[in-house]
Design a protein around this ligand. Sequence first.
Ligand SMILES: Cc1cc2nc3c(=O)[nH]c(=O)nc-3n(C[C@H](O)[C@H](O)[C@H](O)COP(=O)(O)OP(=O)(O)OC[C@H]3O[C@@H](n4cnc5c(N)ncnc54)[C@H](O)[C@@H]3O)c2cc1C
Ligand SMILES: NC(=O)c1ccc[n+]([C@@H]2O[C@H](COP(=O)([O-])OP(=O)(O)OC[C@H]3O[C@@H](n4cnc5c(N)ncnc54)[C@H](OP(=O)(O)O)[C@@H]3O)[C@@H](O)[C@H]2O)c1
Length: 382
Amino acid sequence: MSTTESAYSRKNPFPAPLAVNRKLTAEGSNKDTRHFEISLAGSGLAYEVGDSLGVFPANNPGLVDLVLKELGFTGEEQVATADGAPASMREALTRSYILTEPSKQLLQAVSGKDSSGAFLANLLLPEEKASLENFLWGRDVLDVLQEFSAARFTPEEFVKVLRKLQPRLYSIASSQKAAGESVHLTVAVVRYKVEHSSRLREGVCSTYLAERTPSSGVPVFVHTAKHFRVPENPDVPVIMVGPGTGVAPFRAFIQERKATGAKGPSWLFFGDQKSATDFLYREEFETAAAEGSLTRLTTAFSRDQAEKIYVQHRMLEHGADLFDWLEKGAFFYVCGDAKNMAKDVDTALHTVVERHGGKTAEQAKEYVDALKKDKRYRKDVY
Ligand SMILES: Cc1cc2nc3c(=O)[nH]c(=O)nc-3n(C[C@H](O)[C@H](O)[C@H](O)COP(=O)(O)OP(=O)(O)OC[C@H]3O[C@@H](n4cnc5c(N)ncnc54)[C@H](O)[C@@H]3O)c2cc1C
Ligand SMILES: NC(=O)c1ccc[n+]([C@@H]2O[C@H](COP(=O)([O-])OP(=O)(O)OC[C@H]3O[C@@H](n4cnc5c(N)ncnc54)[C@H](OP(=O)(O)O)[C@@H]3O)[C@@H](O)[C@H]2O)c1
């Protein structure tokens, strides 16, 4: 069944039971990366490998309590949600509004209500963009309310300066041919400390999935990603570069190609910090490699030795084979961090083509551009 045949969508998310919540990282890891299995049974929702799952989170009730206390509200005040529906202040702050990054409207309002507000007003000037970003880094709505505590709001005034809480997307880590009515996710739980406060900070949705899903189900929808499908021709080789949680869609690709008996060779580059604690789905990938449903598995553990080794270093080491695969028509996929990793992998790809294809930098660029044009170079980066 296609997603369009379901009654559920982003506008009407399906309340899906969370069936499995398992840590993939071991004791001693710097990270808490989890495997989730969410049931779509009865929803009519279907997905293809490469798609993402949209999740509507709720804020941590502990944080909501602190905001209510700071503002002197009981939580019972009646306000409008971001969609205009009536709700109690507690409900609206929990489900409807962003409590992490403060909006400009909040800063503007606070600047007019607190005697030291001129500082905030100055940050909002167009020429102070960098200072504003610097101020906002690691600061949430509660920080602003506490730092400018003379600012008082009526309930309606306060919710008007908040922005609407948005769903988060997660690459689907399963093939429906293997997982049936279940959808699997691979999620890095975001928790961090900030210098200016002892209060531990957390990502809304990743901690919601890890710690706060209601028994009534997690509101989800399927986000289709037609650009990130496996090749239609099962004989085509695939190269998959997915460090960290970027490996999620490739677990789905491997399941899919096994289920469909795809004959084309497949090569996974996986990287994370330490092999002992962060080798996500190690057993599954090693079994797939032993069985042949994954032809090659190449790993890059960045913190197993003094110098950093990343997936792009492995691509360069195996450059001759990688170029050979490309020449045989391989599709090249990248998933994960957009800020640094995807750019470095792109540079490494150009270097491989230059070195092993005997090309100039300009010719290598043309070669990679042609891969993109032919839709053989596909990215899902965030
Ligand atoms: C197509 C797509 C696919 C994705 N797939 C996956 C996936 O498979 N797995 C996965 O885990 N994620 C994935 N993501 C990312 C995911 O959507 C969320 O962005 C992620 O889980 C964080 O959301 P959150 O609500 O937990 O954190 P948020 O509440 O959104 O907080 C994250 C924000 O916290 C701030 N922050 C984080 N660390 C620090 C720090 N040290 N200091 C100061 N501020 C900090 C940053 O501003 C950051 O943007 C994907 C994103 C997209 C767009
Ligand atoms: N755009 C974003 O803001 C973004 C994207 C992805 C992940 N994250 C956040 O990062 C945390 C963990 O994410 P994750 O587990 O998916 O993994 P990750 O942080 O992307 O790390 C996976 C592996 O990639 C390595 N790495 C770091 N820089 C790299 C580069 N330039 N090129 C290639 N590899 C590189 C890391 O090494 P080292 O750690 O040893 O350097 C690690 O071995 C989460 O909190 C997540 O939210 C943020």
